[in-house]
Design a protein around this ligand. Sequence first.
Ligand code: ATR
Length: 294
Amino acid sequence: MLFLNLIQILRRIMLNGSTRVFAVIGNPIVHTASPLMHNSVYKNENLNSVYVPFLVHEDNLKAGLDGVRALGISGINVTVPYKEKVIPYLDECDEFAQKIAAVNTIVNKNGRLKGYNTDGEGFIYALNKESDCVLDGAGVVIIGAGGSSRSIAFSLSRYSLKFMCIVNRTLVKSRLLLKDIAPSFPSYALTFDDVSLLDHLSDARLVIQTTSVGLSPNDAQCVLPNFSWVSSGHYCCDIIYKPSKTMFLKKCESQGGCILNGKGMLAAQGALAFNMFFDDDSYDVFSMMRKVLD
Ligand code: ATR
């Protein structure tokens, strides 16, 4: 018994010839929480695996992905600014990631790299876990039309929404996103100065802030000037997790809205990536990953 425990302890702290390697690539990468989330699950579940961050410069992106194949790295996550840029270097892309045109998870199966996107499904998973927001029949306003917004908007379009409104500084991007989704419910692309924005915000159940405005160290910045539309029936989400309460969330909360930060989505996209890496959804990975973010 003692001997078996000893072997287990050694396996936890030692890397050996059977260790599976996973990674996250991006630039910058120093602040990523992914190694902490994934390695804590490996440790808890006694998996002979390790997860490491790699800083990759853009002119090395292709070489980096060839390296994943050559070194037999089992899977990688992709973060800013490469979610779109990795696609040409993959062997395959699943249909959903192809529609979004962004990949955050790559699985290496016998040297063939397949891309997926777990951001939008992660958002919905976290929303269901951490709030009682009902999506069917909900009006949704999404602030921002970048990669994260695209993934969330595509995932939400599976539901019978009352409407989807995408507000973005650059109108052409929100228009293009709605054109790509081609939703069966009413949809509106707006800029921040559109006179109908306040009505859409008032009429929405779910408002999701996906821009980088308010991200640490710019904690005092806020993407909207007016919060008179918030009521206790509003679920207000910010996908930023640092700070854990952005100015956007503080203002929504002070008006009585139900608020949710980006930690749940971060943990959930990681948990879904884990399931793809290990081809196994029997672990309660979300709770383990969510816990280490607090
Ligand atoms: P991500 O992958 O995190 O979504 P991204 O694709 O670079 O990042 O998108 C960033 C989003 O934040 C965009 O919607 C961007 O608006 P534009 O499309 O007009 O560039 C939005 N954004 C960034 N800075 C902003 C600012 N100061 N005010 C309003 N929106 C901003």
